[in-house]
Design a protein around this ligand. Structure first.
Ligand SMILES: [Zn+2]
Length: 253
């Protein structure tokens, strides 16, 4: 249909034509909103499990050699390792997901000593990601614990004041509810693309957990699971509110 014919049509049936244009615009607008919303929420599907076992360290010497050549390892340097249980590859796989964080990183971890994963937390902080940490008060000063150094890096830490253990080992990256909370706090309307990811399993983020024990770690973008874990983190964070600021950056003498 030519432009002249459209003009003639509008002149002969103005109301019907305007209604058609109105409906068409509404459809285009709704399609745009739908596509944009789906483009911004979990595009990348992840669903995998890492197993840590007695085979994880068999290639360690090779990786240490590589690390020696590169003083600061690049992200995910050991991804080509053929050992399917490679400790180094698995640890960097977790760090890789943390490196994708755009807005938030909520970590509930019993013990934290892994240099690779602490580096990933620090890189997140440098990018402006908001990190929150829940841990166990008895483990704050366990050997090699980096909980106080996280406080020094301005990460808020809460530990339940209880004889029961805060035994979780999970991390929610860019959980949708948390991202929305942050956007509201910062009064931002535009959203950067992000993926909600859950990392959870038996493994503590320690040298022993990642490189000696028999452990598992699931990485998933499953909506139901990321939502549930994000909600439980939020619930715990609020429940442990009275313990905010009780862990200092330095141990009291
Ligand atoms: Zn390896």
């Amino acid at each position: 249909m030519s432009f002249e014919e459209i003009v003639a049509l509008v002149k002969s049936h103005p109301i019907a034509t305007l209604l058609t244009i109105g409906v068409a615009s509404e459809i285009i607008w709704r399609t745009y909103i739908y596509v944009r919303k789906n483009a911004l929420t979990s595009k990348r599907k992840v669903h995998e499990v890492l197993f840590f076992n007695e085979k994880g360290g068999s290639c360690l010497a090779k990786h240490l050699q590589n690390t020696h050549k590169m003083p600061r390892p690049t992200i995910f340097p050991d991804s080509q390792c053929r050992n399917e249980f490679c400790t180094s590859k698995h640890t960097h796989r977790i760090a890789y997901e943390m490196d994708q964080a755009q807005y938030s990183l909520d970590l509930a971890i019993y013990t934290l000593t892994s240099v690779t994963l602490i580096d990933a937390i620090n890189r997140s902080l440098e990018r402006g990601v908001i990190v929150r940490l829940i841990s166990d008060h008895e483990m704050v000063d366990s050997s090699g614990s980096q909980i106080r150094s996280m406080v020094g890096a301005r990460v808020p830490v809460r530990c339940p004041d209880s004889n029961s253990m805060m035994h979780h080992k999970f991390c929610v990256i860019d959980g949708e509810a948390r991202v929305n909370e942050i956007l509201e706090l910062k009064k931002r309307k535009s959203v950067r693309p992000y993926n909600s990811i859950l990392i959870s399993g038996s493994v503590n983020w320690t040298r022993q957990g990642l490189g000696g024990n028999w452990e598992n770690c699931i990485i998933t973008s499953d909506k139901v699971l990321t939502k549930s874990f994000q909600a439980e983190f939020r619930r715990m964070w609020n429940a442990f509110k009275s313990t905010a600021n009780t862990v200092s950056a330095h141990k009291k003498k």
